[in-house]
Write a protein that binds this ligand. Structure first.
Ligand code: FAD
Length: 344
């Protein structure tokens, strides 16, 4: 049985694991490693430290299906709707860009990471390990030896890398020597926006009186988006407490990218008071830097994946190889899966 390592428990990695499990049962041993403490990647949902039910989506906010992707990824949408992972967005989002006709927006009642967790649950039998930060990959015999920070290296027959492209380029060992000149140029040209996110958690019973569930903010130097997250997800928060998500603008993110949390958080909170004067004091705040937020320019002329080595197989996928949303991840996971299937 081939042993396949998927690096990254975001949407691309978890869906790759699920596709392998469903389409090639008993043929592969699937292992997923992620450097974080939980699943989701940029589809991350944070919990209030004092109330696990009070959560906030710090990365992706909602899932938008264009008519084209709604059709070609119909089975994925149907599955997530059938499992109540997705629900139609019914709340009022102010300032949203004009929508393409026929576009459908969805929210995730249990937080956006529930999409990723759904696919990991569907990968029954896969070994999913967190706090496994991959640092080196070396070829050893007919397979790969993969090293992670603070742990013992392990051997795999095939490796899939699903992290943002600059993090793929940071890997040491064989990755840097394998990439040919044209692949390297394409990977180095990939760019991402950067921004900060705050999750503000409140005591049960706190009222946040705004006439919207989420709003795009124009003309503020720091804040671009605010969501009253429970309202966005159409939940009754009276017994768990509301949560507020704040995303900064990209120019603010870029300007303060190397600053510390202690420097950046007060600046965001000061601007938040200007945008929403009288906002109550939260009981807890989660701070998140998205150095690699959304893909600005993806790998050029790319079929959704890049194969760095065929025997043994080393393949990269993720939104950097398509575009930065759920459909981009599904598209890439399907392409990575095709490569795995024909190679294994
Ligand atoms: C602020 C923000 C808002 C967004 N809004 C939306 C939205 O509204 N709708 C939408 O559809 N999309 C949105 N997106 C984009 C969406 O979140 C991404 O396209 C998607 O989550 C990418 O998934 P992925 O699996 O390809 O990568 P990731 O989610 O980045 O997963 C990669 C994983 O690899 C792990 N990793 C990295 N390096 C290593 C290593 N060396 N070893 C082990 N593990 C490693 C990371 O911890 C991570 O979990 C948003 C993103 C951000 C940041």
């Amino acid at each position: 049985m081939s042993r396949v390592l998927i690096v990254g428990a975001g949407l691309t990695g978890s869906l790759c694991a699920c596709l392998l499990r469903r389409e090639m049962p008993n043929k592969v041993k699937i292992v997923v490693w992620d450097k974080s403490r939980g699943a989701g990647g940029r589809m991350s949902t944070s919990r209030c430290p004092s109330s696990a039910e009070c959560t906030a989506d710090l990365g992706a906010q909602y899932i938008s299906a264009t008519p084209y992707y709604g059709q070609i990824h119909q089975s994925f949408y149907e599955e997530l709707l059938a499992h109540n992972v997705l629900k139609p967005l019914v709340a009022n989002v102010e300032g949203m860009m004009k929508k393409e006709e026929g576009l459908r927006d969805f929210v995730t009642p249990k937080g956006v990471s529930s999409i990723v967790k759904h696919y990991l649950r569907e990968s029954a039998g896969a070994e999913v390990l967190f706090e496994h930060h991959v640092t080196h990959i070396h070829q050893k015999g007919a397979g790969w030896e993969v090293h992670w920070k603070g742990g013992v290296a392990e051997q795999f027959d095939a490796v899939v890398l699903t992290m943002p492209v600059p993090q793929i380029l940071q890997l040491q060992g064989v990755v840097s020597s394998l990439i040919d000149k044209s692949q390297r140029q394409k990977l180095e040209a990939v760019s991402y926006s950067s921004r900060y996110a705050l999750g503000l958690f409140y005591k049960a019973g706190t009222q946040i009186d705004v006439p919207w569930a989420a709003k795009y903010i124009a003309n503020n130097p720091c804040i671009r988006f605010i969501s009253i997250d429970d309202k966005k997800r159409n939940l009754d928060s009276s017994y768990i407490g509301p949560s507020v998500v704040v995303h900064t603008s990209v120019p603010f993110g870029v300007q303060h990218l190397e600053d510390t949390k202690e420097e950046v958080e007060p600046l965001i909170l000061e601007q938040l008071q200007k945008v929403l004067p009288g906002l109550p004091q939260p009981i807890s705040i989660k701070f998140q830097k998205w150095r690699y937020s959304q893909v600005l320019s993806a790998v050029a002329d790319c079929p959704g994946q890049m194969t760095l080595h065929t025997e043994p197989l080393l393949v990269c996928g993720g939104d950097g190889f398509t575009h930065s949303n759920s459909d981009g991840c599904i598209e890439s996971a399907l392409k990575v899966f095709e490569v795995l299937k024909s190679s294994l």
